[in-house]
Design a protein around this ligand. Structure first.
Ligand SMILES: [Zn+2]
Length: 284
């Protein structure tokens, strides 16, 4: 029988056998989650849990890894086909459910090595954050800012650093936060000053696939970092990343000053964070 050549070009550099037992849970299989999943299957990840309740629509295909032939299919089914096309020897658990109403979410998270948090709303992000902090499961969240002007990636590391709620209180104190807040939270006066556009116009211009691809690349790289931190033997290519939070600017639009602007932060646990302060007490 012919030897499987799927990973021949990266195996000597990357030791993908070390990744064999790793399971990654995807909370959200949209354009962000789908791109990260595709990058991970091409990096040798073999066990996927895909969680999403949506159907792929015609409006999705200009940004999603799944094209026109998948319109009308469940995103979890469509993405599974895309992943199996790259490596047929993978295990995919598909869960068609809404994160906010899925009763087994905690046990699914606890059965995973890392969570890719790629939903498009705050309640689901904070729900996953809370479960992961409680159970000390790492997650990486990626978000593209309104109009694709840039985005952010944050990695929750149970051993060190803060959580998503810590990040929010940290951001309140930084100057560049203005301009990248959810547009719904910006007052009408501010919106006119910053954007000069109506809310509907802003919401309808979420950025090109190429704008999103910068963020999903950082997102993928931080997921591999989170995996590397849990492995006893780490693939030699995977040097650990020092920072746990990146902000990327695609173009010189407020609050960014130039194309391809990168800011790096190391976010510690914040005393004001209810979740992490509970943990600090429990740790003592
Ligand atoms: Zn926290």
């Amino acid at each position: 029988m012919k030897k499987d050549q799927t990973f021949e070009r990266i195996d000597s550099l990357f030791d993908i056998q070390l990744l064999a037992p790793v399971r990654v849970l995807f909370a959200g299989c949209g354009s962000g989650g789908g791109s990260v999943a595709l990058q991970l299957v091409m990096s040798g990840i073999r066990n996927f849990t895909l969680l999403d309740r949506d159907i792929l629509g015609a409006e999705n295909v200009i940004r999603h890894v799944c094209g026109r032939s998948f319109i009308g299919k469940k995103k979890v089914d469509a993405l599974t086909e895309i992943l199996q096309d790259r490596n047929p020897n993978i295990d995919v658990k598909k869960i068609e459910a809404d994160i906010m109403n899925f009763s087994d979410i905690e046990s699914e998270i606890c059965g995973s090595d890392v969570v890719v948090l790629a939903t498009d709303n705050e309640p689901s992000r904070y729900k996953i954050n809370e479960i992961c902090v409680k159970n000390e499961i790492p997650f990486v969240v990626g978000r593209v800012f309104t109009r694709g002007i840039g985005g952010e990636v944050f990695s929750y590391r149970p051993d060190s650093g803060g959580c998503l709620a810590c990040l929010e209180s940290f951001l309140q104190r930084t100057s560049y936060r203005e301009g990248i807040r959810e547009i719904d939270l910006v007052s009408e006066e501010e919106r006119e000053k910053i954007y000069g556009m109506e809310i509907s116009e802003i919401k309808d211009s979420p950025g090109l696939a190429v704008d999103i691809s910068f963020i999903t690349s950082f997102h993928t790289r931080f997921v591999l970092d989170a995996i590397a931190r849990r492995l006893k033997d780490r693939p030699k290519y995977l040097n650990l990343i020092d920072e746990n939070y990146l902000v990327w600017g695609n173009r010189p639009v407020h609050p960014f000053k130039k194309h391809f602007q990168l800011q790096r932060f190391n976010l510690d646990r914040q005393e004001s964070c209810a979740l992490c302060s509970e943990r600090n007490v429990a740790d003592v």
